[in-house]
Design a protein around this ligand. Structure first.
Ligand SMILES: Nc1ncnc2c1ncn2[C@@H]1O[C@H](COP(=O)(O)OP(=O)(O)OP(=O)(O)O)[C@@H](O)[C@H]1O
Ligand SMILES: [Mg+2]
Length: 264
């Protein structure tokens, strides 16, 4: 490799306002390929807003975001899975009446949809591809230990399991950057421990970057290579988990907000 590696995600001076509220105020950071970056901060700090900017749900007032060197504000909103972004939502965004497998297949279709017309002309090719997609989806469900419930309706599952289905769906689109918004919500202590391994395994096997928003400090600090801390829309600290945990501004932000960190 020559010269400095282009970061997989490069957020530069991003500002987002909602009326009088400044949700993000000049936020900059970058994430290298293959890194797990934790994004933390008290409630209302701007974490989900940043995810929504990267996924083009919100429009930034100013600043730029590059994925693999390409400015994403230039690409159409429906094209985000094609620039390699996959995400889960804080409050879930699944098709509740569909099965676990169908929800994952929808994610895989988002990746392959561009070739639909040409594939329709080659029916056999399409059938083969359907089978391949199904096999891939089942392999993913196995990896996330969801294969036993592949046929179950999503709405009937516990919240923590639905979060895992959403993760499987995001992965089925083969993202190069996976963004997880509070993936450990609804998980018990043992499940959180298991989830740490899941996150590491996903990164190690696919060599993708992961941006992880979590209030569960123990999880963030044990899986992240780098942690970015937001408070009131501003980046107040960035560094290794150890650096960030001993940073006085970070301690103040959490104690001052009365926010409860889960220190399991
Ligand atoms: N669509 C919107 N309209 C108006 N204000 C918004 C909107 N989305 C976010 N905000 C505001 O922007 C700020 C940042 O919110 P955001 O949801 O990004 O915080 P967060 O860090 O994800 O918090 P939490 O940990 O509670 O999920 C808050 O003041 C919030 O009220
Ligand atoms: Mg949020």
């Amino acid at each position: 490799m020559t010269g400095a590696a282009v970061p997989l995600l490069d957020v530069e001076d991003v500002r987002v306002t909602f009326g009088g509220i400044v949700a993000l105020d000049g936020v900059s950071f970058s994430v290298q390929r293959g890194a797990i970056a934790g994004l933390i901060g008290p409630n209302g700090a701007g974490k989900t807003t940043l995810f929504n900017c990267i996924s083009r749900i919100y429009q930034a007032d100013s600043g730029s975001i590059r994925v693999d060197g390409k400015p994403i504000f230039d690409s159409p909103i429906h094209g985000i899975s094609k620039v390699g972004l996959g995400r889960t939502f804080q409050n879930l965004a699944l098709f509740g009446k569909l099965s676990v497998l169908d929800n994952v297949l929808i994610g895989a279709h988002a990746r392959t949809m561009g070739n639909f017309v040409s594939d329709a002309l080659r029916l056999l090719g399409m059938r083969r591809r359907e089978t391949a997609l199904r096999d891939e989806a089942m392999a993913l469900l196995e990896e996330l230990r969801l294969d036993d419930i592949a046929g179950e309706t999503v709405a009937a599952l516990p919240f923590g399991t639905q979060k895992r289905v959403e993760l499987a769906r995001a992965l089925s689109a083969k993202p190069t950057l996976l963004m997880l918004d509070e993936p450990a919500g609804g998980l018990n202590h043992d499940e959180v421990e298991e989830f740490k391994d899941v996150v590491r395994r996903i990164r190690d096997h696919r060599h993708i970057s992961i941006l992880l928003v979590e209030h569960h400090m123990n999880l963030v600090m044990s899986v992240s290579d780098q942690v970015v801390v937001l408070n009131f829309g501003r980046k107040i600290a960035e560094g290794t988990p150890t650096e960030v945990q001993s940073n006085p501004s970070v301690i103040d932000a959490y104690l001052g907000s009365g926010h409860e960190t889960e220190a399991h």
